[in-house]
Design a protein around this ligand. Structure first.
Ligand SMILES: NC(=O)C1=CN([C@@H]2O[C@H](COP(=O)(O)OP(=O)(O)OC[C@H]3O[C@@H](n4cnc5c(N)ncnc54)[C@H](OP(=O)(O)O)[C@@H]3O)[C@@H](O)[C@H]2O)C=CC1
Ligand SMILES: O=C1O[C@H](COP(=O)(O)O)[C@@H](O)[C@H](O)[C@H]1O
Length: 595
């Protein structure tokens, strides 16, 4: 039966051969590939082609520019329990005979550790279903939930089913797809530090894998204090015997340079760097992915991408809700660690990096690290912090941060911060990169704003009035909501006179691409499954990010800097305006002129 066109397939054509009699692993092991006859879908064909390419041309890229399953060739470096020397020969191009398990069909098991939690329910299971729905998961896959909560398989399925949704354009077979997906979901209850319980999980996984080549992905959707326990137990008792084993680690990766370094050291007792996928879900967002495309594939942008033409860059994150019971985590971290040190800094690095040698993960991450290591140390006077206070509006009252039962009454933890950062390199010398992140503000939004310099000797400056800043071009990448890329330009108002206007050249995603945009977790899960690391954080990137923020965070804490209070639902503390003004910048999101 032919399948629907999937985003995981590159074309909708149908090719002919018989799936039932075709063992693609066995075919990959042959030097010459014979395609049997029969009817088969393009999805499967493209997967097979990918596997053939991986085997014969390890440097080939998939159509989206990703290296094809690069990690499949790199995983399993020797020296720890999860390392599989078995894979070492795959790194070399030579016609070696495959072992029996390699010849067998492979399976994928995804274990969501912390399956009873908020992130698992809200994001991970729905993302896995979306991948299944789009035919992006391998034929043989199993999803396991693991947590301490006692639950049956059926109860897990009920829990998951409440948050599954189908892509708008394919609703007709949604229920069937959900049933199929849920049948592949299982649950194992266990402690996070029990090798015995992970050995039980291993038995269940083996049962489902049924002797096929097992690849295993663990998603650590748990609080950070139990990361190492889980990695130890999983690596010793539940790693794949002869396939790959990878671990996705959720943030926070420590709370400063020291704790992050310790975490990395502990994880590396059990995992190689190649097996660790540190997730920053902002890197999986559509508009963040598009940042490099916009810059490197349009001649009109790249030449302008420097201090010569750019006045300042703004990275803005705001949420219109408060902490809402997450104080146990948040109060120990604060907004700088929660958003700036990772999400916004990652965007900054992508924005400012030099052209990488290629789109390979290591080439891109090398360039990002260079930017991070070129950052000027952050000064306390270039940062302002805030905390939301209670507020009543329209008969409704909104709580202060310290009203939350999970937050200590005397907490100084910032729920808002703004900072001016600089990159000490030739391209960006003197250009302020302003970051702003806050909870309980007037709007939910994430965007990248690029304000360009004035036009020298502008012929039309008389027509702009006194505020020439208002006449400069501004490029905005609205990451969310309502994804868009727009460029503010000056144009003439039609008519006989010479009146100038500000307009937007607007690529509004919902107008141009009516299809639903995949969630960031979908992209990142798929990448981890394919062994693509470009959108995951390498340990030296992490070190550089912490090296930038740790001294500032220490100073804020040691000096007990009191955050400026701002009302729940407001535009944030006024200090953010003064900070921007210090560098002749106005926050673009507060200008009120965007459409
Ligand atoms: N929620 C979100 O939107 C985001 C979360 N993250 C990160 O993802 C991870 C998971 O987040 P989230 O799902 O919100 O976390 P939860 O607090 O919901 O925890 C997940 C599961 O871990 C177990 N757990 C919770 N606290 C403890 C504890 N103290 N000791 C042992 N087990 C515990 C619980 O399962 P059980 O009791 O059944 O064992 C819980 O269901 C965290 O690292 C978080 O920082 C990152 C970005 C966004
Ligand atoms: O990592 C985090 O991100 C969320 C915001 O993610 P988004 O995709 O909804 O923008 C934030 O609420 C949370 O505090 C933080 O830990």
């Amino acid at each position: 039966m032919a399948r629907h066109l999937s985003p995981c397939s590159s074309s909708s054509t149908t090719t002919t051969f018989s799936p039932s009699s075709f063992n693609h692993e066995a075919h990959l092991s042959r030097k010459f590939i014979v395609v049997p006859s029969g009817t088969y879908s393009s999805t499967w064909v493209s997967r097979i082609h990918s596997r053939i390419n991986q085997r014969m041309h390890p440097q080939l890229k998939s159509s989206n520019g990703h290296p094809l399953n690069a990690a499949y060739m790199q995983d399993g470096l020797p020296g720890n329990p999860l390392a599989k020397e078995h894979f070492e020969p795959r790194m070399k191009q030579r016609p070696i005979p495959l072992s029996e398990p390699e010849k067998a069909e492979s399976t994928l098991s995804i274990t969501v550790v912390g399956a009873s939690g908020d992130l698992a329910k809200k994001k991970i299971f729905p993302a896995l279903f979306a991948l299944f729905y789009e035919d992006c998961l391998p034929e043989n896959f199993t999803v396991f939930g693991y947590a301490r909560t006692k639950m049956t398989d059926e109860e897990l399925r009920n829990m998951i089913s409440r948050t599954l949704t189908c892509r708008i354009d394919k609703r007709e077979n949604c229920d069937d797809k959900m049933d199929h997906f849920l049948k592949r979901c299982f649950y194992h209850s266990g402690q996070y530090n029990s090798e015995e319980h992970f050995a039980e999980l291993d038995n269940k996984l083996k049962e489902k894998e049924a002797g096929k080549l097992p690849n295993r992905l663990f998603y650590l959707s748990i609080p950070p204090n139990i990361f190492v326990d889980v990695v130890r137990c999983a690596s010793l008792r539940a790693s794949s015997a002869n396939g790959w084993t990878r671990v996705i680690v959720e943030k926070p990766f420590g709370r400063d340079s020291k704790s992050s370094g310790e975490l990395t050291t502990c994880l590396k007792k059990y995992l190689t760097e190649e097996q660790i996928f540190r997730i920053d879900h902002y890197l999986g967002k559509e508009l963040v992915e598009n940042l490099s495309v916009l810059r490197f594939s349009n001649l009109v942008f790249e030449p302008l991408w420097s201090r010569n033409y750019i006045r300042n860059v703004q990275l803005i994150f705001s949420e219109d809700f408060g902490i809402e019971g997450r104080g146990g985590y948040f109060n120990n971290y604060g907004i700088i660690r929660d958003i700036m040190q990772n999400h916004l800094l990652q965007i900054l690095a992508l924005f400012a990096m030099e052209t990488p040698v290629s789109l390979d993960a290591e080439d891109v991450r090398n360039e990002k690290v260079k930017v991070l290591r070129s950052m000027r140390p952050l000064q306390l006077e270039d940062v302002i912090v805030g905390q939301y206070k209670g507020h009543s509006k329209g008969g409704k009252s909104y709580p202060a941060y310290t009203d939350d039962p999970t937050v200590p009454k005397d907490s100084l933890t910032p729920t808002f911060a703004a900072a001016a950062l600089f990159i000490n390199n030739a391209r960006w010398d003197g250009v302020p990169f302003l970051m702003k992140a806050g909870k309980a503000l007037h709007t939910k939004r994430a965007e990248i704003r690029v304000q360009f310099r004035h036009v020298p000797g502008n012929l039309y400056k008389r027509n702009f009035g006194t505020d020439l800043d208002k006449a400069t071009n501004e490029l905005v990448l609205r990451v969310q909501p309502d994804e868009a890329i727009y460029l503010k330009i000056n144009n003439k108002v039609p008519g006989l006179g010479m009146r100038l206007d500000r307009s937007e050249l607007n690529l509004l995603y919902r107008a141009r691409y009516p299809r639903e945009i995949p969630d960031a977790y979908e992209r990142l899960l798929l990448d981890a499954i394919e062994g693509e690391r470009r959108l995951f954080i390498r340990s030296d990137e992490l070190d550089a990010a912490w090296a930038l923020f740790t001294p500032l965070l220490k100073e804020l804490e040691e000096k007990k800097i009191v955050p400026e209070l701002y009302p729940y639902g407001s535009r944030g503390p006024v200090g953010a305006h003064y900070l921007a003004a210090k560098y002749n910048v106005r926050w673009g999101d507060l200008s009120g002129e965007d459409s």
